[in-house]
Design a protein around this ligand. Structure first.
Ligand code: AMP
Length: 410
């Protein structure tokens, strides 16, 4: 099998087929690519190593072209490949929605060029990454669709690659000067490095990234059903069945992260997204640490989800995520976090430190048992993830045919 380095070399040597880019929206810089030498190989390599398509195969017409999509005010037909690649996966025509020109409008008003060490720190390009390099990307490689949301550092849009096999991703824009102003260059770099190396169905994939003078763009897995937090706000709380399904997926994802020595440290509904089939996706790695054995004592995260050892400024380990899983279980079922005190942070802090847990009547005995076993003051006494996945409250609602069954106990 080809090594990732040889694939990168091949990808670097080959160019994706596209006619001279006369279709770029007005105001957008045109990015011309050389004519293709070998479209088939590139498609195959991209299919294998870059960004697996999250959607099932569906029909194309016989010529291999797809119907037009909206980008800006024009209807743009993505360039057809020079020849049809029989082995390339067939993709459905998915409506990516109407582009409002937001990237260009925002870029005129927002952000500045950064210089010096900060510029070097933020010169992020997955085509030159040491681990898992992908091809070189540029904004003009995408047809841009509807806005998905707005984050602290820029907008997120639904986009589709112009070249076959037309991957759909969420393109997240981050303004470099704002990252520098908030002094989070290192944190952003770390978030990207961590997320790029993770592969789990309940962890949002980062397929690649690229940058220009003012911005960094992240090519993220498209989470079709959006933010879990919005669902929680809409329904106020979830049924125990739904909560149990989410907690099962969370426990599986956290087991995977911990096996890679990644502690998430900022589990809360706001950082969770939902995939096209309603599956949970951990989506924000801003506070993650890669912890090869050492324990850290920095205070971070939202107070409601912090464990006693963190609010007390003691050293902590991956067991902080077990505590947060207990808080999440409670919040899903009850609708508010367990130690919330509207009178202020100090009061919340005291309740966390005392583990002042009051579970309302109406919560099932199984759910109560799981929450109590996770919300233990002593991190070592918290129920391990392997046992969370075998807990009666989880097994009760897990579908028989579920592919996320926990490993057998050893
Ligand atoms: P963020 O900057 O990560 O806070 O993203 C801002 C908003 O964009 C989120 O609240 C989501 O509504 C949306 N969003 C971010 N990433 C994705 C994604 N991968 N798929 C779908 N929507 C997303």
């Amino acid at each position: 099998m080809a090594s990732i380095n040889s694939v990168t070399r091949q990808l670097g040597a080959l160019e994706i087929s596209s006619k001279p880019n006369t279709q770029a929206a007005p105001g957008r810089p045109t990015h011309q690519k050389k004519p293709s030498q070998n479209t088939g190989n590139v498609s195959k390599l991209l299919t294998k190593f870059a960004a697996p398509h999250p959607f099932p195969a569906a029909s194309h017409n016989k010529t291999g072209s797809v119907s037009s999509v909206h980008t800006g005010k024009q209807n743009v037909r993505p360039p057809s490949p020079v020849k049809t690649v029989p082995s390339a996966p067939r993709q459905p025509t998915i409506d990516i929605g109407h582009y409002d020109g937001g990237f260009e409008k925002e870029n005129e008003k927002r952000g500045e060029k950064v210089y010096g060490a900060a510029a070097e720190e933020l010169a992020l390009d997955s085509s030159v990454a040491h681990e898992r390099p992908t091809r070189e990307w540029h904004l003009t490689d995408f047809d841009i669709g509807r806005p998905l949301g707005k984050g602290k550092f820029g907008h997120v849009y639904m986009v589709r690659t112009k070249t076959e096999p037309h991957y759909i991703v969420a393109l997240k824009c981050l303004y470099k000067s704002e990252i520098v102003q908030s002094r989070v260059e290192k944190q952003i770099r770390r978030e990207i490095e961590i997320q790029q190396n993770l592969r789990h169905p309940n962890v949002l994939r980062l397929y690649g990234y690229f940058h220009d003078e003012k911005r960094i763009f992240l090519m993220l897995e498209f989470a079709g059903k959006g933010e879990l937090y919005k669902q929680l706000m809409k329904h106020h709380r979830f049924t125990e069945r739904r909560s149990s399904r989410y907690i099962d997926q969370m426990a599986d994802a956290l087991s995977y992260l911990h096996s890679k020595h990644v502690i998430h440290r900022d589990i809360k509904p706001e950082n969770l997204l939902l995939g096209i089939n309603g599956e949970l996706k951990i989506g924000d790695f801003g506070w993650s640490v890669h912890a090869p054995g050492n324990r850290r004592t920095t205070l971070c995260g939202t107070l409601d989800y912090l464990p006693p050892e963190m609010v007390e400024g003691r050293e902590h380990s991956e067991k902080v995520d077990l505590w947060a899983l207990g808080v999440l279980t409670y919040e899903f079922i009850v609708g508010t976090p367990p130690f919330e005190e509207l009178s202020g942070h100090n009061a919340t802090y005291k309740r966390i430190a005392k583990v002042d847990l009051r579970i309302p009547e109406g919560v099932s005995p199984e759910a109560r048992d799981l929450i109590t076993k996770l919300l233990q003051y002593d991190p070592e006494k918290r129920l391990p993830l392997s046992e969370v996945r075998r807990h009666p409250w989880i097994l009760k609602y897990r579908p028989k045919e579920s592919t996320t069954a926990p490993p057998q106990s050893s």
